[in-house]
Design a protein around this ligand. Sequence first.
Ligand SMILES: *Cc1c(COP(=O)(O)O)cnc(C)c1O
Length: 358
Amino acid sequence: MPRPINATLHLAALTTNLRVVRRFAPSAKIWAVVKANAYGHGLQHVWCSLAENSDGFALLDLNEAVLLRESGWQGPILLLEGFFQPADLMLIDRYCLTTAVNSDWQLQAIAEAHLQAPLDVYLKLNSGMNRLGFAPERLHSAWLTAKELHNIGSITLMSHFATADGTEGVTEQMAVIERATAAIDLPRCLANSAATLWHPHTQGEWVRPGVILYGASPSGNWQDIAATGLQPVMTLSSKIIGIQQLQAGDRVGYGWRYAAGGAQRIGVVACGYADGYPRHAPTGTPVWVDGVLTHTVGSVSMDMMTVDLTPCPQATIGTDVELWGRKLPVDDVAAAAGTLGYELLTALAARVPIVIEK
Ligand SMILES: *Cc1c(COP(=O)(O)O)cnc(C)c1O
């Protein structure tokens, strides 16, 4: 028998979450963002459920785009980071992909390519994130160049927000976008999950939600999405495979990072950092065991971790444990570990068996 760990995918939650996005952005088309292997859920497992109600898929790996096309998706596919070398344009052309364009060299490469059909492009503006995109003062000339190219079909304006989930909001970047596009009339695609939920004036023609499709909070705080109807898509669960009865002073695990203050029963769970559970999660990180919330004790090992069984004295070998999911939001686990649900979901290890729940 394999180790008892698995990740259950609640596919119906994808449909629910997409419906929530539609409610928040009723007049925009939706790019369902499925980069990073659908935020760790497995592109091949989730795309059919999302396809029912999304207008396109956005990702950044050319191989994932080809996989999606060859799996049967005939609608739009957007390459969020554009292409990385001119030769990529052959595949972009063959598979009818939409590509972001963020640099002059990419415009040049498109101009020189031999294509079967003009490409739809997303002209990317750097509005303050300072990762990819044309500087605001360069956007106008990039647009003038792009619209003259026979190899370019439709052009959409794209930009990305740095603080749509925080108190700074989008005001500063929206001002940059308005200024840079004063003399340019293009359809817009600006909003990530946070902007889609919390800054509706950014929505434009297309929105690009990612993490909320999977039921996690863009802010890292589950309370921020608790009232939206968004539901977790992944439940990571395992079982207790060992019990230890500690006495005062007994220590636990690598580095003996935990010492019992008194008599204490702990459980050993078949889940470790090689499954994608964060190794830096400190003692006190929440875990759901047998109907109650308890917490980790000591270091997370590669294949195992230890949890306090004081609140669940009935727990024994074989008892169910939820690491995150429907009973324990991934955001709560991530917050305790000093990270975001994004990181935990995308880090799910390939060795964890996936169980599909329709
Ligand atoms: C990842 C990403 C998104 C989606 O972000 P979420 O915060 O998960 O909604 C949107 N746009 C771009 C360019 C991205 O890289």
